[in-house]
Design a protein around this ligand. Structure first.
Ligand SMILES: Nc1ncnc2c1ncn2[C@@H]1O[C@H](COP(=O)(O)OP(=O)(O)OP(=O)(O)O)[C@@H](O)[C@H]1O
Ligand SMILES: [Mg+2]
Length: 459
């Protein structure tokens, strides 16, 4: 009876069930014809039947509950299947080798493959080549440590743009497969990339701007330092000019004193002598004597006075400079120095230069510079020979005064209590010229200067 009962369909209606039960009863009676006849038998059978009926009712109610539970389970399963299939995140079930066992619709869309074709396929085949070995190692880690782990992958398909995904995988209870949740992070990655590009661009701009500012800063620093140097040089040059001015005043005063002394000592005594002789001559004449001797003395004293006057005038400004011009004056002065000091002075004048007629201002400047250079050579150089060379190049006059003396130390050359070199420099610069002194200790000194001629002299 048990197996027959088991065949009962829960879905059959009551009539069908009854018909079926009566059929079974008939069959049983045929198989077991002994029918109870006594009341006791009948009551016993009735009792049995009632028990069976109650049992059946209980079983029926249990079956109904079971049925309801199954319906609920099926409903939940369907709900779960819908959730699984339609979830906006990809779900994969992968085995240890990375073969796909199951995948939801989103997962199939990520791989751009129909879902039904996925089971059995190698997930690795959808990963970009450079990440495949990383993914294999990832799976090994997940299964070996039975942990939840995550990684980022790039799903590549040559017909489409690559898709960046984040995968979380955890082995399931069997230990033979794992469940993997795969999220499309392409937009985030692209946003990160463009953010990175913007950041990179910004960094580069900042870097370039910083470099520019550093350059500007450096240029400014150099300019400020240069200005400070120029200002200091200007201040020093002004101070030097003031000192030079004071020195020139002192020279003029000394010169006046010297001239006064010479006039007083030499000219004064000569004139006194002339006057004394003239008085004696007058006395002689009044007495009728001829004052020949006094007149001769007066003539001699007058000659000496004339020489003295000429000497004073020549020292003030050599007349040869105005009478014969600067070139002859140079030769004359070189001769004077040689005679006075014994220093051999040679003048080498380029004919082209000699043909040039300098204006009075330039003539005086040139003469005074050479005069100072020769004075220095005679005073300081302990030289035996000095050469003055004058050349003309285009619109320039160039002069070199070279001695073979002991040379100048830098310390002496820039000495603040000496004015000769400063004066030469100022005179040359006054005509927009150039002035240099080249000297090596023990190997003589070269004074070089040049200045442009007046425009009218230009060829
Ligand atoms: N040709 C030279 N050879 C060696 N030393 C020289 C020569 N010319 C100048 N000097 C040195 O340079 C210094 C400066 O020369 P500078 O003509 O300016 O001044 P100074 O001759 O001493 O005095 P001054 O102001 O009267 O000219 C000199 O004192 C001397 O030591
Ligand atoms: Mg001097």
């Amino acid at each position: 009876m048990g197996s027959d009962m088991k065949n009962l369909s829960m879905n059959g209606d009551a009539v069908a069930l009854r018909e079926r039960a009566e059929h079974i009863l008939r069959k049983r009676k045929q198989q077991d014809p002994a029918t109870p006849n006594t009341d006791a038998d009948l009551r016993k059978q009735l009792h049995e039947l009632q028990i069976n009926q109650i049992e059946l009712e209980m079983q029926n109610s249990a079956l109904t509950e079971l049925h309801e539970a199954r319906m609920e389970t099926e409903l939940a399963l369907k709900r779960y299947a819908d959730l699984y299939d339609l979830a906006p995140i990809g779900y994969f079930t992968l085995d240890r080798a990375g073969l796909i066992c199951e995948a939801n619709l989103t997962a199939a869309a990520l791989l751009r493959v129909e879902r039904r074709k996925l089971p059995g396929q190698d997930f690795n085949a959808y990963i970009s080549l450079d990440l495949q070995s990383d993914f294999k190692a990832f799976l090994v880690r997940v299964f070996a440590h039975k942990i939840r782990a995550s990684c980022e992958l790039v799903l590549s398909n040559f017909r489409h743009q690559p898709i960046f995904v984040h995968m979380d995988a955890v082995p399931d209870e069997s230990g033979q497969t794992c469940r993997a949740i795969v999220e499309n992070i392409t937009l985030r990655k692209l946003a990160e990339k463009s953010l990175f590009n913007v950041h990179d661009q910004l960094e580069r701009s900042v870097h370039e701007r910083t470099a520019e500012l550093t350059d500007i800063n450096e240029a400014l620093r150099v300019e400020v330092a240069e200005r400070k140097r120029t200002e200091a040089a200007l201040l020093e040059s002004r101070a030097a000019l003031r000192r030079l001015g004071a020195y020139q005043e002192r020279i003029k005063e000394d010169e006046r004193k010297r001239i006064a002394r010479e006039i007083h000592d030499e000219l004064g005594s000569l004139l006194t002598g002339i006057r004394a002789n003239a008085c004696v001559a007058l006395g002689n004449a009044e007495r009728g004597d001829r004052p020949l001797e006094q007149l001769a003395d007066i003539a001699k004293l007058a000659d000496l006075a004339i020489d003295t006057v000429r000497k004073v005038i020549t020292e003030l400004r050599p007349s040869v400079l105005d009478q014969l011009g600067v070139w002859a004056a140079l030769e004359w002065y070189a001769g004077q120095v040689e005679r006075r000091t014994g220093l051999a002075c040679e003048c080498v004048l380029d004919p082209h230069a000699v043909d040039t007629e300098l204006d009075p201002e330039r003539s005086t400047a040139l003469f005074r510079i050479v005069q100072e250079a020769l004075t220095n050579a005679a005073r300081h150089a302990m030289a035996s020979r000095v050469t003055i060379s004058v050349t003309r190049e285009a619109n320039q006059i160039k002069v070199e005064v070279q001695d073979d003396g002991k040379g100048i130390s830098d310390e002496r050359r820039f000495s603040s209590d000496s004015w000769g070199i400063a004066g030469m420099y100022e005179r040359a610069l006054h005509f927009d010229g150039e002035f240099r002194i080249c000297s090596t200790l023990g190997r003589g000194t070269l004074v070089f200067f040049r200045f442009p001629l007046e425009k009218s002299h230009a060829p």
